[in-house]
Design a binder for this molecule. Structure first.
Ligand SMILES: O=C(CO)[C@H](O)[C@H](O)COP(=O)(O)O
Length: 220
């Protein structure tokens, strides 16, 4: 199943509840929630208080991407404030297996994200335990960047590893995805698509519909 996960990093925070409603009503299945700490990545975005407050406005699946150092310190808190899927960076932890177990013990889905320079093979020891693998298609830290073309081969590789092992792990992509280039990542094997600028700039509902139309065109 192909899933659209609009990234609120590109939303207008003064009307966030309204914009979340718009993406959900237009058909987006997930909401991508980027948490940045100014340490693992240069930017600071937002944390639990914002997630708690938007949790009250929508029942959409919260796909929380932790771009933070030592994420194991905060798993309980993110679970408590409303995350449904918690994705942390492989590069940010000492023992990814322990963090995955912690997320699962809280009844949440677990994802690992890898930066563009991290070999896909690095995730193999954990692949069988993961609900989702996030292959970053830009350097994490900022929205509005251009898709890194070398990502396509990495997505293909990730899909191959999942299929060879008979797993159902979702493959998510994040960064520089638009209705015009989404077919490239879908063809390579991604099935959960994050898009920020392409959704929240201009007519939000129409942007979601255009992206979903691109999904349909790919499936035909
Ligand atoms: O994780 C992110 C940045 O680290 C953003 O979610 C991602 O870049 C999406 O934004 P855009 O679609 O504008 O590229």
């Amino acid at each position: 199943m192909l899933i659209l996960s609009p990234s609120i990093l590109a939303a207008d925070f003064s009307v966030l509840g309204k914009q979340i409603k718009e993406v959900q009503e237009a058909g987006a299945q997930y909401l991508h929630v980027d948490v940045m700490d100014g340490s693992f990545v240069p930017s600071i975005s937002f944390g639990m208080p914002l997630i708690s407050s938007i949790r009250g406005t929508s029942d959409i699946i919260f796909d929380v991407h932790l771009m933070i150092a030592s994420p194991e310190r905060y798993i309980e808190e993110f679970a408590k404030c409303g995350a449904d899927i918690i994705t942390f960076h492989l590069e940010a932890v000492r023992d990814p297996g322990v963090v995955i177990d912690k997320i699962h013990a809280l009844g949440k889905k677990a994802g690992i994200s890898i930066k563009p320079a991290t070999p896909i093979e690095a995730v193999l020891p954990y692949l069988g335990e993961l609900d989702m693998l996030l292959v970053m298609t830009v350097e994490p830290g900022f929205g509005g960047q251009a898709y890194i073309p070398e990502s396509t081969e990495r997505i293909r590789q990730a899909r191959k590893f999942v299929e060879e092992r008979g797993l159902s792990t979702d493959i998510q992509v994040d960064g520089g995805i638009t209705a015009d280039n989404v077919h490239v990542v879908l063809e390579a094997g991604a099935n959960v698509i994050v898009a920020g600028s392409a959704i929240f700039r201009g007519d939000i509902g129409q942007n979601v519909k255009d992206m979903l139309k691109s999904f349909e065109a790919f499936q035909k």
